[in-house]
Write a protein that binds this ligand. Structure first.
Ligand code: PG9
Length: 614
């Protein structure tokens, strides 16, 4: 039961985004069932301003998390993207997606998009089209313009609405949107996010009946030390006793370890350059979003291919969905980024976007930039005409001998090696709790890892000038292993000077002097180094290329700081432990497959940064 409370607390954060606004005093609420083209009815809640003297645009969120009331009087405690918009007046609509809660039909995770639907063929684009069509024809006082928005899974449905092709859809804001479950949320580059294992049940579903109650199939698990719990339950098959077979989604995850015909059609990013109408788009993401960082960045880039669209992006110093919370001080873990950042976003960016395109028909300039990006090192907003910025260059650093990180490429043939022991995997944080999803770790101090023999550390000298990274990072590793499989984790770290100031958030035991702030991290499951669809074993002791692409950053490493790169082969239990013996399906690996192996990183390995020119 604890988990259910936790889950609802987690989900409610996406609706408590405008505390202190009395919805019931200003809005009436109506619940309708809207019929889709295949006869299925979707439960839809409509909040309309009581002031009927003018017409309002519709802003809709389609969600798997229920449009049920959270607050008193069956009203949501707050509704809509933010308080400014609530006060300004919009018709706010929520809809249970197909097969969830009070909607009919059968749920399907990340339902595959069907580009040329025939007859009664449906997907989330056709459900969005049919819903918008009904709303503009039946909701009183609407001005004929519709926007969609959503954070996380609702963000996925907002992205999907871009493919609905309804002419009334004029503004779309996918936020922390899932792009592809093989790279967002449950997997990173094919490695399973073990720490999310508990919530696969949120998205489990019975085959033939809609998920209307008890919508997750998780039998509660002990909330003991998460590191030890998962260590005690390796191989992964030991976890199966905690789940019912009804948790179809977890069964699907186990049955599809590669990027195959189950996962590929469900990826949405691939379709986002196929948008036939021209709604305005604003992607929003958090630089420290542990769940959906791939989604907003890669979806924006894909839509950007269509130069006819107004397509923009906002990235702030946020974790997952932070901008919808009203934290005065924006801090993640021990690192403070500034105050009233979410308030600034809501009042000066989000409400401005919807107002311009839904109330002013997009006439004239929106007053918003192509890319509104927060520098997480200098703690300031920057506006760019493109993302990545045009005035950037690629700078390559060698992961050199003596573990130096330097632009001077070493010539000597050498390597650094470490023993990777599945019984003592590298923790992903010093602070591992059974939480709904791990979020704080993205800025955690990495000194604990730097001091382990199975973590390689490469570091620049103290910087004599600021360096700003603005774009993606690509580690091109040359490695070998005594085994036949291995994971490669790359972390980029901002090493603070010994006289760094403490932030208010700094925990007593941890001072900011010499703080090793994680800025970006990523795993590449080595078997997928050449293809996510066709994995390959390593040949023992053979030098092998493994490229690890780390998602974009926008971070100034200040003068007096150092840039540090850490490389390791486990990240536990954020991701599952690689047996380091190649097996067809790691979810079915046996205890005997988990072997201690010796890994090497050769000094011809490099890391390429996208550097902002001064
Ligand atoms: N995308 C988020 C999520 C999905 C699945 C598992 C964990 C997180 C979200 O919808 O909140």
């Amino acid at each position: 039961m604890k988990l259910k409370l936790l889950v609802l607390t987690f989900l409610s954060v996406f609706v408590l985004n405008a505390q202190g606004y009395d919805v019931k005093a200003h809005y009436t609420k109506k619940e309708v069932s809207i019929e889709m083209r295949d006869g299925i009815h979707l439960h839809t809640t409509i909040y309309s301003p009581k002031d009927t003297s003018k017409k309002y645009p519709i802003v809709m969120q389609r969600t798997p998390y229920s449009c049920q009331p959270y607050g008193p009087d069956k009203y949501r405690a707050t509704i809509g993207p933010d308080k400014t918009m609530m006060e300004e007046g919009y018709i706010i609509v929520y809809q249970d997606v197909r097969g969830r809660w009070n909607s009919e039909g059968v749920y399907d995770n990340m339902r595959a998009y069907i580009p040329n639907k025939k007859g009664k063929q449906v997907d989330e684009a056709s459900d969005t089209y049919d819903t918008i069509d009904w709303l503009v024809k039946n909701v009183p006082n609407n001005n004929g313009n519709v926007g969609t928005w959503g954070i996380s899974y609702p963000g996925f449905y907002a992205s999907y609405s871009l493919l609905s092709e309804h002419p009334a859809l004029k503004a779309v804001s996918p936020q922390a949107c899932i792009g592809d479950f093989f790279f967002d949320d449950f997997h990173h580059n094919g490695a399973f996010l073990l720490s999310y294992w508990r919530i696969t049940g949120l998205f489990g579903y019975e085959k033939d009946t809609p998920m209307t109650k008890d919508w997750y199939k998780i039998t509660d698990v002990p909330t003991q030390d998460q590191y030890q719990f998962f260590l005690d339950h390796m191989p992964l098959s030991k976890l199966d006793t905690f789940y019912s077979k009804e948790n179809v989604f977890y069964e699907q995850i186990k049955d599809h370890p590669n990027y195959d015909e189950f996962w590929k059609p469900r990826g949405l990013v691939q379709h986002l350059n196929d948008i036939k109408k021209k709604p305005a788009v604003m992607f929003v993401g958090g630089w420290f979003d542990a769940e959906d960082l791939y989604g907003p960045l890669n979806s924006y880039a894909q839509v950007e291919e269509n130069k006819k669209l107004y397509n923009t992006i906002v990235m702030g110093p946020w974790s997952h969905g932070d901008w919808a919370r009203n934290k005065e001080r924006q801090a993640i873990g021990n690192v403070y980024f500034g105050s009233d950042i979410s308030k600034f976003f809501q009042e000066n960016i989000q409400s401005k976007f919807f107002h311009h395109f839904l109330k002013e028909d997009g006439k004239g300039e929106s007053g918003l930039p192509e890319a509104y990006m927060y520098n997480t090192g200098s703690n300031e907003w920057n506006k760019f005409d493109s993302w990545p910025p045009e005035n950037t260059i690629k700078e390559t650093y060698g992961l050199g001998a003596h573990q130096a990180l330097s632009k001077m490429m070493t010539r000597e043939f050498s390597f650094a090696e470490f023993v990777s022991d599945p019984k003592k995997p590298v923790p992903y944080s010093e602070d591992i709790k059974f939480v709904f999803t791990p979020r704080k770790y993205m800025t955690d101090d990495q000194r604990f890892a730097a001091r382990r023999p199975d973590v390689l550390v490469f570091e620049t000298p103290v910087l004599e000038d600021d360096i700003t990274l603005a774009g993606d990072i690509l580690a091109k590793l040359k490695v070998s292993t005594t085994g036949t499989d291995a994971d490669w984790i790359v972390k980029v770290i901002d090493v603070f000077p010994s006289d760094a100031e403490d932030f208010e958030e700094t925990q007593e035991y941890l001072k900011m002097d010499n703080y090793h702030m994680m800025v970006r991290s990523e795993v590449m499951r080595g078997r997928f180094r050449n293809s996510f669809e066709n994995p390959e074993p390593f040949v023992p002791n053979q030098v092998t290329n493994v490229d690890v692409k780390l998602q974009d950053v926008f971070h100034t490493f200040k003068k007096g700081h150092k840039i540090q790169v850490q490389i390791q082969s486990s990240w536990f239990p954020l991701i599952d432990m690689n047996p380091q013996t190649y097996v067809e399906n790691i979810y079915k690996a046996e205890a005997k497959d988990f072997q201690k192996q010796t890994h090497r990183v050769y000094n011809m390995s490099t890391i390429e940064f996208t550097v902002l020119k001064k």
